[in-house]
Design a protein around this ligand. Structure first.
Ligand SMILES: [Zn+2]
Ligand SMILES: [Zn+2]
Length: 447
């Protein structure tokens, strides 16, 4: 009997020990991957525009609930639009300890998908202006949602390794701006507690799948949208001496604005002033009464932001004065409050910790430096304006390594985020995202 039992006992021991050994983010991610890929492909085929993320939010909520999270749906309040807010909050409790917020965006873009994928989107939706538009997950928020679900599944299985509280956030309206604010505006931190750390990931259209890019300090910019109306005194195009031409004046103002970055600013502080739209006049031979412009202004530091916005106003009015316009015809410069975004600041201490955790999870050589960019993300809102919630966003490579190598060799550019041809390589991207985020959270809350 003993002789018969011994091998059985040994077998049980071996499987128990190997079962324990398997409880790592890597092996758990491998086990979850088939199911996560199914969820990802379903989300990719069913993208939803900003503020209309009902189906995606329901999936995120259902999957978080299945991992044992206490889930609150439809959380958030938009300032103006009056739309229902589809914010999802899933709280996973595991005793006393640090609170970590992990965020995914849920919205897609008005883009006609041209990836040729079997699971490509054929969806159209009604946009804010009433037009029917094609919709696509062209920024990879579908990967982010699947990664959040995967992270929750892993953390629910790794409860022996960490303690504390994880707040999973399904955030609507990142592309349209305002989703993070809507959730904070509805009292996110009053109701669920102010986190000790906030983490997010974004897929990356230049880094090869299997790698993660990260850097400390400012990584994404403040964004301000500015409307400018340049006034003139219109008249016949043949009699310039009888008018004040707002088109020539606008041209001068645009050139003078470019001296803000080159002549007024410390060259070590990034500044972008882009005039993205200029509209004036109706016909060849009429000098109009006004020209309207729309600007996007990008900066990092708050003091640089204030100075650049003040310079835009000062230069516009100074040029108008030099052109001889009277005080009642000064340009109107309007910084749009509802469209401003704060810079993303990767807290250096937290980022060092996250980088170390990522390196031990996916290997030193797979964690690389990612240069900061002048794009923006309202993930910064979760850090609060005073950055009192240390935050860190890292970038998960989504490019087929063969394509990345080819692009390096030939210089041909790869489809960027928001391109109709951008498609992450699903499996390695999602696997790296899930392992990376789970390992970072476990490190911040480890026993
Ligand atoms: Zn985007
Ligand atoms: Zn995005």
């Amino acid at each position: 009997m003993k002789i018969v039992m011994l091998p059985a006992l040994c077998l049980w021991l071996v499987s128990a020990v190997s079962g324990l050994a398997q409880q790592t983010p890597q092996s758990l991610a491998d086990a979850e991957l088939p199911s996560l890929l199914t969820i990802y492909k379903d989300l990719h085929s069913h993208p939803e525009l900003s503020t209309k993320e009902q189906r995606s939010a329901e999936i995120v909520a259902k999957e978080l609930r299945a991992t044992g999270c206490d889930v609150t749906e439809n959380f958030g309040k938009y300032d103006k639009s009056g739309s229902k807010c589809y914010g999802v909050v899933g709280v996973m409790k595991n005793g006393a300890g640090a609170t970590v917020l992990v965020r995914t965006e849920m919205d897609a873009l008005p883009v006609q998908e041209q990836t040729g994928a079997l699971y490509a989107s054929k969806i159209t939706m009604t946009a804010v202006d009433g037009k029917q538009v094609p919709v696509m997950h062209a920024c990879g928020h579908d990967i982010h949602m699947a990664a959040l679900i995967g992270t929750a599944r892993l953390l629910s299985r790794l409860k022996d390794s960490w303690h504390g509280t994880i707040i999973f956030i399904g955030q609507p309206a990142e592309e349209a701006v305002g989703g993070a604010y809507a959730m904070l505006n509805a009292g996110l931190y009053d109701r669920f507690g102010k986190p000790d750390y906030a983490l997010a990931l974004h897929d990356d259209a230049e880094i090869e799948a299997g790698k993660i890019g990260i850097s400390e300090g400012y990584t994404q910019a403040n964004v301000d949208s500015v409307d400018v109306t340049v006034k003139g005194i219109g008249g016949h195009g043949a009699y310039p001496h009888k008018v004040k031409d707002p088109i020539v004046l606008s041209a001068e103002i645009i050139n003078a604005w470019q001296t803000i970055a080159s002549r007024e600013n410390n060259p070590l502080d990034p500044v972008v002033v882009t005039v993205g739209s200029i509209l004036g006049g109706t016909k060849h031979n009429i000098i109009p009464d006004e020209v309207k412009m729309q600007l996007t202004v990008r900066t990092y530091k708050p003091e640089v932001r204030r100075r650049v916005l003040a310079a835009i106003d000062r230069i516009a009015k100074g040029c108008a004065t030099a052109a001889g316009l009277p005080p009642d015809k000064m340009p109107e410069v309007n910084v749009l409050k509802g469209e401003a975004l704060n810079a993303t600041y990767n807290n250096p201490e937290l980022t060092k910790r996250v980088t170390a955790a990522l390196k031990s999870a996916i290997g030193d050589k797979n964690v690389i430096h990612k240069d900061p960019i002048m794009a923006a993300d309202d993930f910064s809102d979760f850090s609060l304006p005073d950055h009192s919630v240390p935050a860190c966003m890292f970038h998960v490579g989504a490019v087929d390594p063969a394509n990345a190598a080819e692009s390096k060799k030939t210089g041909a550019s790869l489809p960027s985020l928001h391109s109709s041809k951008f498609l992450p390589v699903p499996e390695p991207t999602l696997r790296t995202a899930v392992i990376g985020m789970s390992s970072a959270v476990v490190d911040l809350t480890k026993k």
